[in-house]
Design a binder for this molecule. Structure first.
Ligand SMILES: NC(=O)c1ccc[n+]([C@@H]2O[C@H](COP(=O)([O-])OP(=O)(O)OC[C@H]3O[C@@H](n4cnc5c(N)ncnc54)[C@H](O)[C@@H]3O)[C@@H](O)[C@H]2O)c1
Length: 273
């Protein structure tokens, strides 16, 4: 038995076809867990085949976390194949940088429109609600003392210029974490959050994202990229995806058995929240 004792655990990770989720899947798989990648993107198939144990051991289930039918089908299929779910990681999320108002641009290209508000809210906030509800129902029915990990962001408590809607959805995850821990403690189910700061590049950082964020900060894309390199972080660098994944796996393991309702900041000392 290894120190984390994750061997044989059934772990559902949303949005694990890329970025942080893919790294979380890798660390769970390296520690002997069986991973279910629940992602909209078919790239999840390739990720599964690259994990230790490959397709024989792990599973990709195409899932849209914003649709209750899709989420319930994913949970049903996982239960049919794996018999239970021990750990859920709510990781799928998007970030569309937008200003609340932009007096400089009458067309409001980078203002927060209702459509973007709805998209971010439905993936980042409704998604974790739908997934947690469906998974926890199964945990309770099967008397599994499981763990839910919500991937949030330091912006959820700190706020962020040009990212108010994103920050609000991430702030909601702090509240979900605290509230669900209070509701689910009596079933032995723990709920924890992981709030990352500035990290090495993931697929979230598209050119469109960079253009929008640079605009909201009144700088060029080149300047924005320079700032990634020279981030004002006490530890002097951006966080590694592996460092986030290690924290998630520790919190999901029995080594963190008395930890619930708390969100852990992982920002190299940049923020307290
Ligand atoms: N990258 C960072 O610096 C950073 C910092 C703090 C927090 N986060 C959070 O970490 C999480 C992962 O971010 P990332 O940087 O790895 O992003 P990413 O874009 O690399 O990955 C996000 C994944 O979510 C999937 N996804 C999107 N919509 C979906 C839907 N409706 N249903 C299912 N899957 C869907 C995408 O297909 C993609 O695979 C997000 O919640 C993000 O807010 C990221």
């Amino acid at each position: 038995m290894s120190w984390l004792n994750l061997e044989g655990k059934i772990v559902v990770i949303t949005g694990a076809a890329s970025g942080i989720g893919r790294e979380i899947a890798a660390v769970f798989a390296e520690n002997g867990a069986k991973v279910i990648i629940a992602d909209l993107s078919q790239k999840g198939e390739d990720v599964v085949s690259q994990l230790p144990g490959g397709r024989e051991r792990h599973l990709y289930i195409q899932t849209d976390v914003t649709k209750v039918v899709s989420v319930e089908a994913m949970v049903k299929k996982t239960i049919a194949i794996c018999k239970r779910i021990d750990i859920l990681v709510n990781n799928a999320g998007i970030l569309i940088p937008r200003l609340l108002v932009d007096p400089e641009d009458p067309k409001g290209k980078y203002e927060l429109h209702e459509e973007e508000f709805d998209r971010m809210t439905s993936i980042n906030q409704k998604g974790p609600y739908l997934c947690t509800q469906a998974v926890v129902r199964e945990m309770i029915e099967r008397k599994v003392k499981g763990v839910v990990v919500n991937i949030t962001s330091e912006s959820g408590l700190e706020g962020s210029e040009g990212q108010s809607c994103y920050a609000a959805t991430k702030g909601a995850l702090y509240a979900f974490t605290r509230s669900w821990a209070k509701e689910l403690g009596k079933f032995g189910i723990r709920v924890v959050g992981v709030a990352a700061g500035i990290l090495e590049k993931t697929e979230l950082r598209t050119l469109e994202y960079e253009k929008a964020l640079a605009y909201t900060r009144g700088i060029t894309v080149e300047k924005l990229r320079e700032r990634y390199e020279k981030v004002s972080v006490p530890l002097g660098r951006a966080g590694r995806l592996r460092e986030v994944a290690n924290l998630v796996c520790f919190l999901a393991s029995d080594k963190a058995s008395y930890t619930t309702g708390t969100t852990y900041n992982i920002s190299g000392g940049k923020t307290r929240a």
